[in-house]
Design a protein around this ligand. Structure first.
Ligand SMILES: *Cc1c(COP(=O)(O)O)cnc(C)c1O
Length: 442
């Protein structure tokens, strides 16, 4: 039996309809921006393996540091104990995060970093005797993860439908895309004046799963300021945008007004292993300090601050802050900008969006037709045939590569996008049965 067949006999994959999904591609090695399959085929990882990889696969520096840490201290519980990697990573993060961030709370992944952020905000008001403040505000199209709290503040969709009655109530506002800023500010003001709002949670500047929907820093600054005027906390979900993705180290670096809580994961370890972190201001931290033990933040995970994960985080942060990585990010951003300029206005292209190292191409297709629903699968098949890993979100195809991707490799990705345009321009074909809706963060 092949590895893929053995997989099919025992495994259950994320966001995968196991009855109809093709066998998974067995990957046995990674190197730079490349994934190498069991059969020797190579795939250029243009989506950084679900947005986590920063410096390339199996990076020798991170691998060396991690294996050294494994031989020194693999794990220790994090209540009553600490260790060098946890302290150094927290110090390193606070050095590069916005000034107002003063404390780091570790967890295990993006969704748990969101749970921690939500619970911090709610208990902040509880501890201050304002427990009635418990409404959360979020963007209607957001994605914050798959645990219950994170699902509650995420877009209501086919994927949350089975759990809808169990999700807590959230006030949703629209994304302030260019031209809609004033309207969305009015929506926020209406919510803030009619509800006891604890916090506003948002993906800053780029909503990933929504289809790399982008909006301007000014618009977010206005919303954050409005929240602060009403005493409402702001939670920036930088799980995807953090660690250089948007051009600055953090999307918050584009802002004048800083969020109170920041959630991090994905690039935190450079894509090496699962780790989450939630950071907050001194004011939030201080609301939990008391002689009264019930004000404690009673939250933790068995693997909180795992030393191996923290070491991967430290090694990745060192690479990220090196001038070579900054130069790579600037280069990828410039190449994206040049290609975006080349694409804009071409037939078959509805819109091209870019922020830093993220490029999103929205193809123009007749929506609602079976042709439309089939296109995602055709795009995906076409990219794999060409040895490029791209995961279209419907008719939106984005490029979010490891920063080490070379110019020649980027050209290969861009050529694949041009080939997709040819597919779109091809005359429409016979109808096929409608497919499932698109998968979030897929
Ligand atoms: C991926 C993602 C999450 C969830 O992170 P997981 O590690 O998959 O739980 C949360 N927020 C954003 C913006 C994300 O992109």
């Amino acid at each position: 039996m092949s590895l893929a067949e053995r997989d099919a006999a025992v495994l259950w994959h994320p966001y995968t309809q196991m009855q109809t999904a093709p066998l998974p591609i067995p990957v046995v090695r990674g190197e730079g921006a490349w994934l190498i399959a069991e059969d020797g085929r190579r795939y250029l990882d243009a989506v950084a393996s679900w947005w986590v990889n920063l410096h390339g696969h199996a990076h020798p520096y991170i691998a060396g540091r991690v294996s050294e840490q494994l031989r020194t201290l693999e794990h220790v519980m994090f209540a009553g104990f600490t260790h060098p990697a946890a302290v150094e990573l927290a110090e390193g993060l606070l050095r590069v995060l916005p000034d107002n961030q003063r404390r780091v709370f570790y967890s295990d992944n993006g969704a748990t970093s969101i749970e921690v952020g939500i619970k911090m905000a709610l208990q902040y008001f509880h501890n201050r005797g304002q427990a009635q403040r418990r409404t959360l505000v979020a963007f209607r199209d957001s994605y914050h993860g798959d645990t219950f709290g994170a699902m509650s503040v995420s877009a209501r969709s086919a994927f949350t439908a089975p759990f809808a009655p169990l999700l807590f109530d959230v006030q949703f506002i629209d994304v302030p895309v260019p031209g809609r800023e004033a309207e969305v500010l009015a929506q926020l003001e209406a919510v803030l004046t009619t509800h006891d709002v604890a916090a506003f949670i948002f993906e800053p500047l780029v909503l990933g799963t929504a289809g790399m929907v982008m909006y301007e820093p000014d618009a977010l600054d206005t919303l954050i300021s409005c929240c602060h005027e009403h005493g409402v906390l702001c939670i920036a979900d930088e799980v995807m945008t953090g660690f250089g993705r948007t051009g600055q180290l953090f999307a918050a670096d584009y802002l004048q007004t800083q969020p109170d809580i920041i959630c991090l994961s994905k690039g935190l370890t450079g894509g090496t292993m699962a780790l989450g972190a939630t950071t907050c201001t001194a004011a939030i931290y201080e609301a939990f300090l008391s002689d009264d033990r019930t004000r404690t933040f009673f939250h933790g995970h068995s693997y909180t601050a795992n030393p191996v994960a923290c070491t991967a985080g430290l090694a990745s942060l060192e690479l990220l802050l090196a001038p070579e990585s900054a130069a790579d990010r600037a280069r990828v951003e410039a190449r994206h900008a040049a290609f975006a300029a080349e694409l804009r206005g071409q037939s078959g292209i509805a819109e091209v969006r870019q922020r830093g190292t993220i490029l999103a191409v929205e193809f123009r297709v007749a929506e609602g037709t079976s042709y439309f629903s089939r296109l995602r699968d055709e795009f995906y098949a076409l990219s794999l045939e060409r040895g490029v890993l791209l995961r279209p979100l419907g008719n939106i195809v984005y490029v979010l590569p490891p920063y080490c991707i070379t110019d020649a490799e980027l050209r290969q990705v861009y050529d694949t996008l041009l080939a997709m345009r040819e597919l779109v321009l091809r005359p429409a074909q016979a109808a096929a049965p409608a497919d499932l809706p698109e998968y979030p963060h897929d």
